[in-house]
Design a protein around this ligand. Structure first.
Ligand SMILES: [Zn+2]
Length: 379
């Protein structure tokens, strides 16, 4: 993300907009005092606020490419795929300032990628609360800015990804050949609604099962993320989106959350209560689809657990797993992204060097459609 953000709620909002929870970035006072002016503005920490509520402090490795590249060099990372921080999706905000924010974030990511083309590949963000605006920005991001893919949330202001309103967006992603990275939001539970949890037996198959509870905030009332990501996968597979749009390429963060550990249960639900689970799937049977060498779904490797890595590889195949880092945040693989795949003894015994190299790089190249860029390498 950039080191600072204009307040688009003021420049692009209307007086009737509810913008009291607009995201702002403020210099972290204590880090400014610590640095004493020696490191320049971008080397100070930044505080993120939602309205007047403090959200989190981010380090310079979140917004300073030079710091990122130093850390990449120190940890053996050649290239990062960069995307915006999910709290900045702003799907619940008025469309005019959110569109301006998306343009600003995409311009920034694009500028970083153009300045350091051998180190960064960029994903766009789009204002998905308004489909025409999101399609326009997707088109601009791909065709004018040269961004490679798009990052979206697991839900869009209360709408699951199976909502019919998203059909034109999926069609645009297909037409423009834009791969889609899905990352959970971490919005508060009060934003949840019954319609999301009521479809496809989701409250039982997904909502009641939490693979582990995510919370790194003091007021621990955030959505359990693995369940949230599983709910997004469940909605897409159960609604026939991939039948209607067979060229879509999705990658789900955090190994798809709880989806693969739940796959047997979901399949059982599909078989024993098709009236609740299979009514819109257009023949997509979850287990057979996932295990069928399909070409629509990838997941990242961020499980922090070799046993779970083995399980997800068995379910979806190692060729569908890309290295996920969550860099530079604490729940990522820190301090060395990809360490488990590269040098964990258990993982070395489970997978050949070639398979691990594919998970570290080759599969991401396939998901992102970047074969031409890496033609000289073999993975
Ligand atoms: Zn993440």
């Amino acid at each position: 993300m950039p080191p600072s953000l204009p307040d688009f709620s003021k420049s692009h909002g209307s007086p009737t907009d509810k913008t009291e929870s607009w995201m702002t970035l403020r210099p972290n006072k204590s880090s400014r005092e610590e640095s004493n002016g020696h490191n320049g503005t971008t080397s100070n920490k930044v505080d993120m606020f939602v309205g007047d509520k403090f959200f989190r402090t981010v380090e310079p490795n979140c917004f300073d490419p030079e710091v990122r590249m130093k850390e990449m060099d120190a940890t053996g990372v050649d290239i990062q795929v960069i995307s915006t921080v999910p709290i900045l999706f702003s799907y619940d905000k008025p469309i005019e300032p959110t569109t301006a924010l998306a343009r600003y974030l995409n311009d920034h990511i694009s500028s970083v990628c153009h300045e350091y083309p051998r180190r960064f590949i960029g994903l766009a963000t789009v204002p998905l609360q308004n489909i025409p605006s999101s399609v326009n920005e997707l088109r601009r991001a791909k065709l004018e800015l040269g961004l490679t893919g798009v990052e979206i949330g697991t839900e869009i202001n209360g709408r699951s990804l199976d909502h019919p309103s998203f059909e034109p967006f999926w069609a645009a992603c297909e037409d423009l050949d834009v791969p889609i990275f899905v990352h959970p939001l971490g919005y508060e539970l009060e934003r949840e609604n019954k319609a999301r949890w009521g479809s496809y037996w989701s409250a039982w198959l997904i909502g009641m099962y939490v693979y582990y509870f995510y919370s790194d905030f003091d007021d621990a009332n955030y959505i359990p993320r693995p369940s949230e990501t599983a709910l997004a996968m469940h909605a897409l597979l159960s609604s026939g989106v991939l039948v209607r749009h067979p060229k879509l390429r999705f990658c789900f963060a955090h190994a798809g959350g709880a989806y693969l550990p739940l796959l047997g249960r979901i399949q059982h639900g599909y078989d024993c209560r098709p009236d609740l689970v299979a009514h819109s799937s257009e023949g997509v049977s979850p287990q057979s689809y996932i295990e069928s060498h399909q070409h629509n779904i990838w997941i990242d490797s961020l499980v922090h657990d070799p046993d779970l890595l083995q399980l997800i590889c068995k379910k979806i195949g190692p060729e569908r797993i890309v290295m996920g880092s969550d860099y530079p945040f604490p729940l990522g693989e820190m301090p060395v992204p990809g360490e488990m795949l590269a040098s964990n003894k258990e993982v070395e015994e489970l997978f050949s060097k070639e398979t691990r190299a594919r998970m570290l790089a080759g599969n991401a190249i396939e998901f992102l459609g970047l074969h031409d860029m890496f033609i000289e390498h073999t993975f």
